[in-house]
Design a protein around this ligand. Structure first.
Ligand code: ADP
Ligand code: ZN
Ligand code: ZN
Length: 729
């Protein structure tokens, strides 16, 4: 009889699985179990990704695994299949792919039982020291003071001070604080009466009737903003819960939509768990285990939640399926949306892709019948679509980014007791710092980018590498006078404050929401009506339901008009429709006012006259004519190096290899410099592959990657393969 070989996904450099003999004794090896194995001089924990009876490893080099950790596999078979598929498709090491599916604690081998977490409390000695004012170090003092009000976990301590870890270590040495392990209770459904939803309209009802559990297709729920897509999800989830099934809901950014989570909790008789990047390890492990043992009826999470193990999977929902954040942009570059479709097929359960502005890929898939399209063409609850007006910036010059007609419109809506949303997708005070003497702009020394003025923090900041310096008083080149040129949200905030001194303004961007919990605070102020002017970047446009907003102001429609990426038009249209959709969502009708230098621009005109559907139709025809996705398939080899020579040596060799393997059906372009050629002090360039059919592209990529991994040049540059890139740089 042949021995059982375990093919193990290990977080290690190789792009392959690692083969081991099954350990002597212990449970029967099953795919999806964690296993500890000898690795070099140490021991590692991996997951059994496959079983085999033969291996290319020579018998004398084949080692035995030490121990199988889980009696019951941690990952079910369809999930293991999905991960194996993803590793192959995205050309990524399986060890890292499997690691992405597990919270850190489970990756390290923690027993898959109820969760516990580390906490700290103050000791009597610590109390005495604090009372005697014997603590001089400021951070230690702050931490002790916080602990006086009760025990803290790591998340709570991090909110006290960034440097908490060091302070706590010192305090523990002096036995002023003690660390202990606390068991966490399971999350139980809240003990409050559930809210009931509104009566569905005919379109919503039709969607609910069609998407039955037996109808395991991929559905595109194409509904205008405010058409009640979330209501449809809620009804379908209720059906799933009644049948004892779980629903996985993936959203772009949970931090931005806390109201979505409470809406689910208020309506559903089930445990609703949340998975996103702001959870600490313990919280994440707990949520993961609740999903995998079936405690949770609904799992809401950001893109990585697509890998959550589910005990009774019934339905997968991808909300805002067009959103770029569903694609991971570094390391393991997967698309949570595309993986949802694959996972749904493997599980034979329905998948819903919801959006008011579906991606062109999804629209094309619906057109050829791969997905089934359901439309919600009107707003639910009787709200009407907003009226859109353009302001020509040539005719009405702007002061501090605002034209007179825009200021008048804001005044009018405030006068009618409406809320006003002002959108500008640029944070900071001004995007450039211009020298009036030598006409240069202050640039980042490590990137091909200008430094952005952040006046409140008195800093010049690079938005690409994070470099920060004090705002220079004079030009670093010629000592000439420096002028902040252009507008960011910070500058608009100042201008609005001067124009409407009585109003409270809430600014929502990455700078104003650094502190944990501050997004929720801002959103509360807005929803409670304590502020009538909301100002912000894209953060403001994502999925929020602000019922009292009657006016949306788009300060700079031109930001996306001249993008170089083949997708910039699609992105512009999506942003535009999404931000407009924040106006007039309840019983009050809304207006959208847009400032532009190019009111006649064909893209703007199409969007205004034909809406997103008409825009997408034209856009897709153009993609077809030029053979861009979705009418072809792309992959990028991106590389970077601190030496430009090394970079091009590597890419030129890589190109040569690709040409040798190419059966002829793949177009190979490059090496070409990346649109931002230097970033964080490194040179960047890429090779683009384009093919009409996926199998040809996949075959080339697989063989190319193997060659690259084995080539000596590959260690000289940092490189990665991006399959289905959503940005070409
Ligand atoms: P979407 O997810 O498409 O943006 P929502 O489901 O959030 O839309 O619905 C928008 C608003 O309309 C919400 O306030 C919701 O409660 C309300 N709504 C949804 N469906 C109905 C309906 N059938 N009747 C009345 N109000 C509804
Ligand atoms: Zn100068
Ligand atoms: Zn920089």
């Amino acid at each position: 009889m042949n021995p059982t070989i375990l093919r193990v996904a290990l977080k290690a450099p190789l792009h392959e699985l690692y083969d081991y003999l099954a350990p002597a004794g212990g449970p029967e090896p099953v795919v999806g179990q964690r296993v500890s194995v000898p690795f070099g001089r140490s021991e590692r924990i991996g997951i059994i990704a496959a079983l085999a009876t033969t291996t290319p490893i020579a018998p004398e080099r084949l080692k035995a695994a030490k121990q199988i950790i889980d009696a019951v596999p941690l990952l079910d078979r369809p999930l293991v299949e999905l991960l194996n598929w993803a590793a192959a498709y995205y050309q990524h090491p399986p060890g890292e792919v499997f690691a992405a599916a597990l919270p850190v604690a489970l990756r390290k081998g923690q027993e898959a039982l109820g969760a516990s977490e580390a906490r700290w409390r103050i000791t009597d000695k610590g109390n005495a020291a604090l009372d005697a004012s014997a603590i001089k170090a400021p951070v230690q003092k702050q931490v002790l003071q916080a602990l006086q009000s009760g025990e803290h976990n790591s998340t709570a301590l991090a909110a006290v001070h960034d440097g908490w870890q060091r302070a706590v270590r010192e305090l523990q040495k002096k036995t002023f604080v003690a660390k202990f392990t606390a068991e966490l209770p399971k999350v139980l459904p809240p003990d409050v009466p559930l809210k009931t939803g509104p009566q569905l309209n005919a379109d919503q009802q039709q969607a609910v009737d069609q998407i039955t559990p037996a109808n395991s297709k991929t559905w595109l729920l194409d509904g205008v903003t405010g058409s009640g897509k979330t209501e449809v999800y809620l009804r379908l989830i209720e059906q799933q819960l009644d049948a004892g099934k779980q629903t996985l809901v993936v959203v772009p950014e949970i931090g931005l939509t806390p109201q979505l989570v409470s809406r689910f909790r208020e309506r559903l008789a089930a445990t609703v768990v949340v998975m996103h990047s702001n959870l600490n390890d313990t919280e994440r492990t707990q949520a993961w285990l609740d999903a995998s043992d079936g405690t949770a009826g609904v799992i809401i999470g950001t893109r990585s939640a697509i890998f959550t193990a589910l005990n009774q999977p019934g339905l997968i929902v991808i909300d805002e399926e067009h959103d770029a954040s569903l694609k991971q942009q570094e390391g393991f570059r997967y698309s949570a949306r595309d993986l949802a479709v694959v996972r749904g097929k493997k599980l034979k359960i329905p998948v819903i892709l919801g959006s008011a502005t579906p991606s062109f890929e999804t629209l094309a898939n619906a057109t050829v019948g791969r997905y089934e399209r359901l439309r919600l063409p009107i707003r639910a609850g009787g709200a009407s679509q907003p009226e859109v007006n353009l302001i020509d910036l040539q005719r009405y010059p702007a002061t501090d980014g605002l034209t007179q007609p825009m200021i008048d419109a804001i005044g009018r809506h405030l006068g009618n007791n409406g809320q006003v949303l002002i959108y500008l997708n640029r944070r900071g005070f001004a995007p450039t710092l211009f020298c009036s003497n030598c006409c240069s702009c202050v640039e980042c020394r490590r990137c091909d980018a200008r430094l952005v003025v952040h006046q409140q923090r008195n800093l010049a900041v690079c938005h690409h590498c994070g470099f920060e310096s004090r705002l220079p008083d004079v030009c670093p080149e010629c000592s000439g006078e420096l002028l902040p040129l252009g507008q960011g949200t910070e500058r608009i905030e100042t201008a609005i404050k001067n124009l409407f001194p009585e109003e409270t303004i809430v600014r929502l961007d990455r700078d104003s929401t650094r502190r944990k919990g501050s997004i929720e605070q801002h959103l509360e102020i807005i929803r409670g009506g304590h502020a009538r002017i909301l100002l912000g970047t894209q953060m403001l446009t994502k999925g929020h339901d602000f019922p009292n907003v009657t006016l949306v102001c788009v300060l700079d429609a031109d930001q996306g008009l001249f993008g170089t990426d083949f997708r910039s038009g699609e992105r512009l249209a999506q942003n535009f429709i999404q931000v407009s959709g924040r106006a007039g969502r309840a019983d009050r009708s809304g207006e959208v006012w847009i400032q532009t230098l190019y009111p006649e621009h064909p893209q703007l005109q199409t969007l205004l006259n034909k809406g997103y559907a008409g825009y997408a139709e034209e856009g897709l025809a153009e993609r077809q004519a030029t053979a861009w996705p979705p009418y072809s398939h792309l992959a990028l080899l991106r590389a970077e190096s601190s030496s430009k020579d090394t970079l091009y040596q590597f890419l030129t060799a890589a190109r040569g290899l690709a040409d040798q393997i190419n059966p002829g059906s793949v177009r190979i372009l490059g090496p070409a410099s990346a649109p931002m050629e230097r970033r964080s002090g490194r040179w960047r360039a890429q090779i683009l592959l384009q093919a009409e059919h996926r199998p040809a592209l996949q075959a080339l990529l697989t063989s190319w990657r193997q060659h690259l991994v084995e080539s000596s040049l590959s260690r000289k540059a940092r490189w990665s393969i991006d399959v289905d890139p959503i940005e070409l740089f």
